[in-house]
Design a protein around this ligand. Structure first.
Ligand SMILES: Nc1ncnc2c1ncn2[C@@H]1O[C@H](COP(=O)(O)OP(=O)(O)O)[C@@H](O)[C@H]1O
Ligand SMILES: [Mg+2]
Length: 353
């Protein structure tokens, strides 16, 4: 898919801006703090309904203004569409002018894969970052997934509250079963989706990684869960009931799941060199692109923030040669040459082609 046009009004440091994109490469270059990443953020918002850098609506609205407006006009293989977003103290989305009532209506409309220097977190940091990566990918492929995640999160909160009521208010332990059942049912659904998605990623990774590294590294990705099926999970939950009550929170469930990337059978988080960690992320992101394409039949738009700063010349060339089929938006400080597309100079909230 491609984005044709971006409209920004009172969004971050943009007062009024229209950007008509190339279907191929789009380079946004300029000094720091001029508004390059803000453009990617606007697209990301229309895709995932949230920003990658803030939870607060008012930060998105230009200083001294009351509301912001963002519009993304796009084209898929069989249709055109537009997502509009009004930001006040809350966000209101419209698809082709019709107000969005449920988040699941919006997710999956604008398919993007974002790639930023922060992505290294997926490898270096804890499981929460990896679950987030998976959950966001799946939510694009299957918008109803996020609904189950939200239900699970609520059930988990309620179970945790009840655990503390058992401890401090002597509420009956038996009632815990209601929450166990809920968690088990939703957890199993979420587990299945995540496990399948990791398997799809694995297949793609194994094709892509040898190309990226030009070496014979064997890469693997594996989903790790302690609750693979409902009945077993329920039994395990009962076993650790006392510990849960003692601690006042739920110690077992898909909210603790993780995945591991390994190279030549060793976890890259622990044993990988800096270079191996970076190429793993690169391969993972390229695998994400291919999984989206395979699932929905559209190539996602690539958003590469400060991308060039992260990779050496060789990896950069490799990357650029593998992404010919996608529309790409790249932000960087120095103007780089492109074969096919547009360059935009960004300065103080103004974009000039
Ligand atoms: N709500 C806002 N109103 C006005 N300016 C903002 C707002 N939020 C961020 N900015 C400005 O946007 C700039 C940062 O934009 P960003 O896209 O991150 O820069 P870069 O070009 O380095 O990617 C800073 O100058 C910051 O002051
Ligand atoms: Mg930036």
């Amino acid at each position: 898919m491609i984005i044709k046009k971006i409209i920004l009004q009172n969004f971050r440091n943009y007062t009024k801006q229209e950007i008509i994109l190339s279907n191929n490469e789009n380079i946004f270059y300029g000094n720091n703090a001029q508004g390059k990443t803000n453009i990617l953020e606007a697209i990301f918002l229309c895709s995932f309904a949230k920003s990658f850098r803030t939870k607060k609506e008012d930060e998105l609205i230009q200083f001294q203004k009351e509301k912001a407006f963002v519009e993304i006009q796009y084209e898929k293989s069989d249709r055109e569409g537009k997502i509009s977003l009004e930001i006040t103290d809350k966000k209101t989305f419209f698809i082709n002018g019709v107000k969005v009532k449920k988040l699941s209506e919006l997710l999956g409309k604008v398919n993007v894969v974002m790639f930023s220097p922060d992505n290294i977190e997926i490898i270096k940091e804890g499981p929460a970052k990896r679950r987030k990566f998976l959950d966001m990918l799946i939510s694009q492929l299957k918008p109803s997934y996020i609904y189950n995640i939200n239900l699970y999160t609520k059930a988990l909160e309620q179970r945790n509250i009840y655990l503390r009521q058992i401890k401090y208010e002597n509420k009956p332990v038996e009632m815990l079963e209601i929450w166990n059942e809920k968690l088990a049912e939703l957890g199993e659904k979420i587990f299945i989706e995540r496990k399948q998605t990791v398997e799809k990623l694995r297949n793609k990774l194994q094709e892509i990684h040898p190309e990226v590294t030009e070496e014979k590294e064997k890469i693997k990705i594996e989903y790790k869960s302690s609750c693979e099926n409902k009945d077993e999970y329920l039994r395990e939950l009962e076993k650790i009931e006392k510990i849960d009550i003692q601690r006042g929170y739920t110690n077992l469930g898909i909210h603790r799941d993780d995945f591991e990337i390994s190279i030549n059978e060793r976890p890259v988080q622990v044993y990988g060199s800096q270079g191996q960690q970076r190429t793993s992320i690169l391969s993972l992101k390229l695998a994400e692109v291919e999984v989206i394409y395979e699932e929905i039949g559209e190539y996602p738009i690539l958003l590469l923030d400060d991308f060039m700063s992260e990779l050496d010349e060789k990896r950069r060339m490799k990357f650029v040669s593998t992404i010919k089929k996608n529309q790409v938006l790249i932000t960087c400080t120095d103007k780089i040459n492109i074969e096919n597309g547009k360059s935009f100079y960004v300065e103080e909230g103004n974009v000039r082609q």
